[in-house]
Ligand binder design. Structure first.
Ligand code: SAH
Length: 240
């Protein structure tokens, strides 16, 4: 049976795609993450099995290799399987690894893209990630280091682009990110923001400059999920 990888969007139940909703409605089993809004599960049949594999306090409820094996097992049991992932399935969600594994095990799959938090959270916070007057590119970067490794980000290259920078998984490394940018030549008064629970009813934003963002976010007690936006477009917050 086929596995459907569905991007659940950033957490607002209305930001699931129609194709995603239809696939959910046909599922025998839904394997879902913490970032996939629980209310989306309401689109599945009441008798559909629901399996939570998300993270709890930084630990995977189920390690990635076990998630991969679970998907193969469910599909081989003849169950129409939906893998519901936060945001878009292929943006930093290890969706690529899941598909590689399915392919290697001969399980057919289909990917239904979702609305990524990297674009939706800034939009809901009033930040157009590009604007002709300010920049001509946007760069989405992970600020998460692999276990035991330090951040591997070419800050000089990012600063040189002059584009908007969106960092995901960067809350714990926020100060390393902002220090890295200023050390690479970004002016400390560059507008910047942290967006918590973006595109959800509980969204909060901290608007500052790259030089002061880490202190401001700490003072505001920002929690995960949150992302960092850096660039002149952040100055448009509150103007549109
Ligand atoms: N595939 C997801 C991203 C997975 S990485 C997507 O396309 O959105 C997980 C990171 O995404 C989090 O650490 C956080 O930085 C960001 N994130 C996900 N949902 C978010 C939200 N609603 N608000 C702010 N950041 C979010």
């Amino acid at each position: 049976m086929k596995v459907y990888l569905i991007g659940a969007g950033p957490g607002d139940a209305g930001l699931l795609t129609l194709k995603g909703r239809d696939a959910l409605a046909c599922a025998d089993v839904v394997v879902y993450d913490a970032l996939a809004n629980d209310s989306l599960l309401g689109h599945a049949r009441p008798d559909a099995e629901r399996i939570y594999v998300g993270k709890v306090a930084g630990n995977h409820a189920l390690p990635q290799h076990e998630i991969n094996a679970l998907l193969v097992r469910l599909a081989r049991q003849g169950k129409r399987t939906v893998r519901l992932k936060g945001g878009d399935c292929y943006l930093f969600g290890r969706g690529g690894e899941e598909c590689e594994y399915l392919k290697a095990h001969g399980v057919p799959f289909r990917v239904l893209p979702g609305v990524t938090s990297a674009l939706a959270a800034p939009a809901f916070a009033g930040i157009p990630v590009t604007h002709r007057d300010f920049c001509s590119s946007v760069h989405i970067v992970t600020a998460h280091a692999r276990a035991g490794k330090s951040l591997c980000i070419d800050f000089e290259a990012l600063v040189r682009t002059g584009g908007t920078l969106v960092f995901l998984m960067g809350l714990t490394a926020l100060r390393q990110v902002t220090d890295g940018l200023t050390a690479a030549g970004m002016p400390p008064d560059m507008p910047a923001a942290v967006i918590e629970n973006g595109a959800r009813g509980t969204q909060r934003k901290v608007v500052s400059t790259v030089g002061e963002l880490a202190d401001a976010a700490e003072k505001a007690g920002v929690h995960s999920p949150a992302l960092i936006v850096v660039g002149r477009v952040c100055a448009l917050i509150g103007t549109l």
